[in-house]
Design a protein around this ligand. Structure first.
Ligand code: SF4
Length: 237
């Protein structure tokens, strides 16, 4: 199958999307949330106007860079919303590169299957704020909190899959209380990263004029969460 719907972007070489690796990045369309600060808003709907890329061409481009690369990142949008994700990952496995999946964690069962079938090697889960606040703030499904808790629990009990959690520190969406709630939720996790928010593609009027937190605030968040996780860091500062 050469064209599967929803491969909307491809980046041949990235140094920042897969920790410690040089990776190609595959972008899939669709998402089950509507974050007001979505950095890839063009990928959210079918009407984004982006052409589908051919899977064989994506794999060909990866193979041509094979000597440079040691990983592939599958991102979105939200990859677990993609109907042919399993097929796509199996196809990418033919390159024998290590595969990282970026997810919002709202499809716990799908992630469980991907981990069980060893179709991914590394999972990065975005935890946007206290899970119970998702439906009101992020237009997420009503069972969002339950799904995230299941995703976290599933990763903690899956062996052989590396994973990290990360939070983009959007003012108003992420407070000290939220950091504490997230830290308690992911307690014992191997890695947690706090990312600086960059107000570039903001869609919500309330967020448009809100500047990012200063560095000191992120450092305070980092100290609050540090006791709960094995490794913690700041990104995009
Ligand atoms: S979960 Fe990610 S892709 Fe989906 S709306 Fe939020 S930021 Fe955008």
């Amino acid at each position: 199958m050469n064209v599967i719907q929803g491969i909307k972007g491809f980046l041949g070489t990235s140094l920042v999307d897969f920790p410690g690796r040089v990776a190609a990045v595959v972008f899939l369309s669709g998402c089950n949330m509507h974050c007001p600060f979505c950095h890839n808003a063009l990928l959210l709907g079918e009407e984004g106007g982006l052409e589908d890329l051919r899977l064989d061409e994506v794999i060909g481009a990866i193979n041509r860079r094979r000597k440079l690369l040691d990983g592939i990142v599958v991102t979105g949008g939200e990859p677990t919303c993609h109907a042919q994700l399993t097929y796509l990952l199996r196809s990418l496995r033919t390159t024998q590169l290590t595969i990282k999946l970026d997810t919002n964690g709202l499809r716990a069962n799908i992630l469980k299957v991907l981990c069980k079938e060893r179709l991914v090697d590394y999972v990065a889960v975005d935890i946007k704020t206290t899970p119970e606040r998702y439906p009101a703030l992020l237009q997420a499904p009503p069972d969002a909190a339950e799904q995230i808790r299941e995703t976290v629990a599933g990763l903690k009990t899956t062996s052989g899959i590396h994973y990290e959690f990360r939070t983009t520190c959007v003012p108003g969406l992420v407070t000290e209380q939220d950091i504490m709630a997230i830290a308690r939720l992911i307690e014992g996790a191997p890695a947690y990263y706090l990312q600086q928010y960059m107000p570039i593609h903001v869609t919500h009027p309330d967020l448009k004029d809100r500047p990012p937190y200063p560095r000191e605030v992120l450092e305070r968040f980092q100290e609050l969460a540090r006791p709960f996780v094995r490794e913690i860091g700041l990104r995009n500062l």
